[in-house]
Design a protein around this ligand. Structure first.
Ligand code: UD1
Ligand code: UDP
Length: 360
C-alpha cells in the first residue's frame, strides 16, 4: 500500500507532521508531495527541519497567485505526479487551495482520498477556505473528523457514515509531541525580552480581514485599544500576506510589536506563556484552547465552535470596542475548560485506518 501525503502551507505541514511521523514509525510506503504554495523559509522549510520531517520527494513550486492560478497549477502538477507514482491513497489536511486541488486530482484518477480535519464549517462562503473544505469533504473517501460535532455536520450533508472516522485533531498530537521541547529550545521570549503572562499575542492573516482596508484598519485600532488599556506589549508575528497589505494600504499600526513569523517551538512558547491570544487563525484558536490560554477571535464566525462552547474563545469581529470588551471578558475567564480536540492519538488512528486497520 503506497500513500501520497500532499501538503503546501504552514498549517498543513504542522498538522500533517504527526501523521507523517506515524507513517515513518510503521515503515509504511509513502512520499510527500509539496505543492510549494508556501515557500518562504519561515513558512515552510523551518517546520520540516524542526519537526524532523523527511524531505518532500516532489515540490511543484507553484508559488503565489490568484485562487484560480494556484489551484490550477497544483491540480495539473499533482495529477502528473500521481500518474507516475500510482499511490493507493492520497492524504490531505485542512482547507487550503493545496488541499482542494490535491483531493480533486486524486479522486479524478480514482485514487482514494483521506481528508484530515474533515467536517469543519463556518457557513461563510466568502471565505475561500469554506469552499475548499466543503468540496474536499465531498470528494473524499475517508473523512477524519476531529470531533463528534464535525461528524454530525458531515452526516447532515448526506455523507455516508461508513466514510467518517472521529479521530481527534492532529494538532493535539503536535502540541503534546513538541511542547516540552519548545519550552527547552524555544528562545523567543528571551529574544523579545518578554516575561510569561506579561504580553498578549496576535496573529492576523485571513484574506477577508487583511485584504479589506476598512476591516484591517478597524482591527488594528482594536489592538491599539487593547495594548493601551492593559499597558502590556502586544506581539504580532506577521504573516507575509498581512505585511504586504499593510504596506499597500499604508497602515502604520500603533502599539504593536511586529516580528517575522516564528518557528513552531518559538510560537508554542509564545502561545503557552501569553496572557491572552487574539487571532483569526483556525489553528491558533485550537492551540489556545488546548494550551488553556483564553482566546479572542477576530472574525464574525468560526468553524471551531467547540472552542467557544467550552469557554475558551469568543468571537469579536472587527469592531475596536468589541475587541476591547471581549478581551476584558476573556481575561476574567477561569481557564478550567476541557480540550475538545482529542487525546493526542489522532495521527495513529488516521494511519491505522488508511493503511487498512492493521495494528502495527
Ligand atoms: C493560505 C491559505 C489559508 C491559510 C494560510 C496559512 C488558501 C486559500 N489560503 O493563505 O487558508 O490560513 O495559507 O498560513 O489556501 N507569501 C509569501 N511567502 C510564502 C507564501 C505566501 O511571501 O511562502 C505571500 C505572498 O505575497 C502571497 C501571499 O502571502 O501572495 C498569500 O499567500 P497564499 O498562499 O495565496 O495565501 P495565504 O494568505 O498564505
Ligand atoms: N504558527 C507558527 N509561527 C507563527 C504563526 C503561526 O508556527 O509565527 C503556527 C501555529 O502554531 C499553528 C499554525 O502556524 O500551528 C497556524 O497556521 P496559520 O495561522 O498560518 O493558518 P490557519 O490555521 O489559519 O489555516
Amino acid at each position: 500500500m503506497k500513500i501520497a501525503v500532499v501538503l503546501g502551507t504552514r498549517p498543513e505541514i504542522i498538522k500533517m507532521a504527526p501523521v507523517i511521523r506515524e507513517l515513518g514509525r510503521r515503515k509504511a510506503s509513502f512520499f510527500i508531495l509539496h505543492t510549494g504554495q508556501h515557500y518562504s523559509y519561515n513558512l515552510d522549510r523551518v517546520f520540516f527541519e524542526q519537526l524532523g520531517l523527511p524531505q518532500a520527494k516532489y515540490n511543484l513550486e507553484v508559488g503565489s497567485g490568484s485562487h484560480a492560478e494556484e489551484t490550477a497549477k497544483i491540480l495539473t502538477g499533482v495529477e502528473e505526479v500521481l500518474r507516475k507514482e500510482t499511490p493507493d491513497a492520497v492524504l490531505v489536511e485542512g482547507d487550503t487551495n493545496s488541499v482542494l486541488a490535491g483531493a480533486l486530482a486524486a479522486t479524478k484518477l480514482h485514487i482514494k482520498v483521506g481528508h484530515v480535519e474533515a467536517g469543519l464549517r463556518s457557513y461563510d462562503r466568502q471565505m475561500p477556505e469554506e469552499i475548499n473544505r466543503t468540496l474536499t469533504d465531498h470528494c473524499s473517501d475517508f473523512l477524519f473528523a476531529p470531533t463528534g460535532k464535525a461528524k454530525a455536520i458531515l452526516l447532515g450533508e448526506g455523507i455516508s457514515e461508513d466514510k467518517i472516522f472521529v479521530t481527534g485533531n492532529t494538532i493535539v498530537d503536535a502540541i503534546y509531541q513538541n511542547l516540552e521541547i519548545a519550552g527547552e529550545k524555544g528562545n523567543t521570549l528571551d529574544t523579545l525580552n518578554s516575561k510569561p503572562k506579561e504580553y498578549f499575542l496576535v496573529t492576523l492573516h485571513r484574506q477577508e480581514n487583511v485584504d479589506n482596508q476598512a476591516r484591517f484598519t478597524s482591527i488594528l485600532e482594536g489592538l491599539d485599544k487593547v495594548a493601551t488599556s492593559f499597558h502590556l506589549p502586544v506581539i504580532y508575528p506577521i504573516h507575509p500576506r498581512s505585511r504586504k497589505m499593510m504596506s499597500v494600504f499604508h497602515l502604520e499600526p500603533r502599539n504593536l510589536t511586529l516580528i517575522d513569523p516564528v518557528d513552531f517551538f518559538g510560537f508554542l512558547q509564545l502561545e503557552s506563556n501569553a496572557r491572552l491570544i487574539l487571532t483569526d487563525s483556525g489553528g491558533v484558536q485550537e492551540e489556545a484552547c488546548i494550551l488553556k490560554v483564553p482566546c479572542v477571535t477576530l472574525r464574525d464566525n468560526t468553524e471551531r465552535p467547540e472552542t467557544i462552547e467550552v469557554g475558551a474563545n469568543v468571537l469579536a469581529g472587527a469592531s475596536p470596542n468589541r475587541i476591547l470588551e471581549c478581551s476584558k471578558m476573556m481575561l476574567g475567564r477561569e481557564n478550567n475548560w476541557l480540550n475538545p480536540f482529542g487525546d493526542g492519538t489522532a495521527g495513529r488512528k488516521i494511519v491505522k485506518i488508511i493503511t487498512g486497520g492493521n495494528n502495527g
